[in-house]
Design a protein around this ligand. Structure first.
Ligand SMILES: Cc1cc2nc3c(=O)[nH]c(=O)nc-3n(C[C@H](O)[C@H](O)[C@H](O)COP(=O)(O)OP(=O)(O)OC[C@H]3O[C@@H](n4cnc5c(N)ncnc54)[C@H](O)[C@@H]3O)c2cc1C
Length: 391
């Protein structure tokens, strides 16, 4: 088989890249190792409305399982700060439908898909990649001018292309989640819970859906006294008001790469989405960033293929575009992450006293000055702020 572009992985990053490439007239093949696109999800399924709108994506109504008007944040003692407003509106999607819908849009644009087909390795011969794939028909080889690695957090494509794709273990959150039925909570909000004993160096969440809710948490192993699963059970047991008579209908989990140090391109290779570890390092959301990275990558790939030059130097334009849009912001969010990781429960209580919803939204947008102004009124936090947030 010969194609212009082989895409490994049919998550949001892979299917958007496929649609963008196919609609420009390229011969595109997507291989997905799972037998079904979508499940099992490794995601709380939350997306902001403005995040999708900025990328020109209008969800098919069947993808939407919950409509959200804001977020409620809880300190370790239960103090609540509410974030509302247009920027906070969003959806809890049904990922198994969302991913199939994205794939169907790519197929309509002309992309070919092979499910239950795993990329096994690749070699560069005479300026083309020869990729071994294993499907129900056995082993085959695909020759591609360009390979897009959209193969998620455990990406192999980057490694096969000789890129340095591994972050420090301290830059991966362990996520564990139940989807639960009969959860009693305000379904117009996503709910986030903080505290060293709740989810060390991370947070716990409840994202309500049409007739269930995603209930999970992400932790950093270095701050943990037990496994993520045990923290989740404890969280559920400690909130009887919310979970009395609730039951899990699904369990899932996965790693979240909360730092982006990865090279994104090699000769004839581009990494997008989680394969390039592009999630927001503060809240771990990665869907819109995955989609945005694919849109950018294809813009560069298109020019490179037209020129007949897919060398690393030419594809590096994609890295520059990403850096221009997200580089500064990500650096600030990493600083904020370092600061938040140092906070004890008593510090979270102080923050809950001084921060309003709009301050917290500004923080997620890397506007650290809001936090610094508020912290000046709390001497107990000033030392940490000086060390981690102020240059
Ligand atoms: C517990 C948890 C909760 C999360 N919650 C949210 C949230 O609420 N909102 C949000 O925006 N983000 C969330 N994220 C992050 C989000 O899920 C990811 O950022 C997003 O899925 C990235 O999309 P992707 O297409 O890059 O990768 P993925 O969705 O991981 O897709 C990669 C695909 O590649 C396939 N694949 C891998 N290797 C091969 C191979 N060799 N051959 C063929 N196919 C292969 C995989 O099967 C998979 O389908 C969460 C993550 C976790 C772990």
């Amino acid at each position: 088989m010969k194609v212009d572009c082989l895409i490994v992985g049919a998550g949001p990053a892979g299917s958007i890249a496929a649609k963008e490439m196919a609609s420009r007239g390229y011969d595109v093949l997507v291989v997905e190792k799972k037998q079904e696109i979508g499940p099992p999800k490794r995601c709380a399924e939350g997306i902001t409305k403005h995040g999708l709108e900025n990328l020109g994506i209008e969800l098919h109504p069947l993808c939407i399982s919950g409509r959200i008007k804001g977020a409620a944040l809880y300190s370790p003692s239960g103090k609540k700060v509410t974030m509302e407003g247009e920027q906070m509106e969003g959806y809890v999607v049904e990922r198994k439908i969302f991913e199939k819908w994205l794939a169907s849009e790519a197929i309509k644009a002309g992309a070919k898909y092979m499910v239950k087909t795993q990329a096994m390795g690749m070699e560069r011969i005479n300026g083309k990649w020869k990729v071994k794939i294993k499907s129900i028909d056995g082993l085959q080889e695909v020759e591609a001018k360009l390979v897009i690695g959209a193969d998620g957090v455990e990406s192999k494509v980057g490694r096969w292309a000789g890129l340095n794709t591994v972050n420090k273990i301290t830059d991966y959150h362990s996520g564990i989640q139940f989807e639960m039925a009969n959860v009693k909570i305000n379904e117009k909000y996503i709910h986030l819970f903080f505290g060293r004993d709740v989810a060390p160096l991370g947070y716990a969440w409840i994202f309500p859906k049409a007739f269930s809710a995603n209930v999970g948490l992400g932790i950093l192993e270095k701050g943990a006294k037990m496994k993520a699963y045990d923290y989740l059970i404890k969280f559920i047991e400690e909130h009887e008001d919310i979970f009395k008579n609730a039951q899990p209908i699904e369990i899932n989990g996965g790693g979240v790469p909360v730092a982006h140090f990865t090279e994104m391109v090699a000769d004839g290779v581009m990494l997008v989405g989680d394969a390039a570890q592009l999630v927001n390092p503060i809240h771990g959301g990665g869907i819109t960033r995955a989609i945005h990275s694919s849109i950018m990558a294809v813009e560069v790939a298109d020019k490179a293929l037209k020129k007949g030059d897919v060398s690393k130097e030419v594809l590096k334009e994609y890295e520059r575009m990403w850096d221009e849009e997200y580089g500064e912001k990500t650096k600030k969010l990493m600083k904020l992450r370092a600061f938040l990781e140092k906070l004890e429960d008593k510090d979270f209580e102080l923050l809950a006293d001084v921060l309003q919803g709009e301050d917290i939204y500004a923080l997620t947008q890397a506007k650290l000055s809001f936090l610094i102004k508020k912290i000046v009124t709390k001497p107990a936090l000033l030392g940490l702020a000086k060390k981690y947030l102020m240059d």
